[in-house]
Design a protein. Structure first.
Length: 207
């Protein structure tokens, strides 16, 4: 799926709408293009949408996953801890303002909140979305290392010793999971390489 305006329109059409709010799209693009972003950029959004297209047939409500992906890092301020909550609320408000039902808005909200990555979601669509968001952990080694540097740049305000401790904790939590990817598709394709990447990144942080 295109991550431009045609893709935005396709998302809303899948949700049963004949038109899409172009002004909302432009506001989202401004957010995703903020100068302080290095990893959580339009490139990440495009990759998520493209990766989801590979598994779209596995989704129960693909339009809702699409919309959640558009919004999942809409707010991204490394100095704050409520980015997912703010992004999820914006997504829910957008669904309701479009005239769609409350249950759709609530599910989209929950999907965005699942990208906090605090555990394996119970909802199948949330599991699929989370795996899409984490697919970059299973990229080839050079790409993963580039992503790792970009994330460090987003946290340039954090002193190196403090960053190493925090980043080690985050990556270690992922590595400690019995499965990084809860869907068979992503587990079979990316699990082994993702674990190799995480171990290598942790070793760098501990050196």
């Amino acid at each position: 799926m295109s991550s431009g305006l045609p893709g935005w329109l396709n998302t809303w059409q899948e949700l049963g709408m004949q038109a899409a709010d172009e002004a909302l799209y432009e506001r989202l693009m401004v957010c995703w293009s903020e100068p302080h972003r290095r990893y959580h950029t339009l490139h990440h959004l495009r990759e998520c949408l493209t990766t989801f297209d590979e598994v779209r047939e596995q989704a129960q409500r693909p339009g809702e996953i699409d919309l959640a992906l558009w919004f999942h890092d809409a707010f991204y301020d490394p100095l704050r801890h409520d980015n997912e909550e703010r992004s999820a609320q914006w997504a829910r408000d957008a669904v309701l303002e479009a005239g769609l039902p409350q249950d759709v808005a609530d599910r989209v909200y929950a999907l965005v909140m699942a990208t906090r990555h605090e555990g394996t979601p119970e909802d199948p669509d949330a599991r699929l979305l989370v795996d899409v968001d984490l697919a970059s952990l299973g990229a080839d080694a050079k790409r993963f290392d580039d992503d790792d540097l970009q994330i460090r740049a987003e946290y340039a305000h954090v002193p190196e010793p403090e960053y190493r401790v925090g980043r080690r904790r985050v990556l270690g939590n992922f590595l400690a999971r019995p499965r990084l990817y809860s869907t068979d598709y992503f587990h079979d394709a990316l699990e082994e390489r993702a674990r190799d990447n995480l171990r290598r990144a942790i070793a760098r942080l501990e050196s």
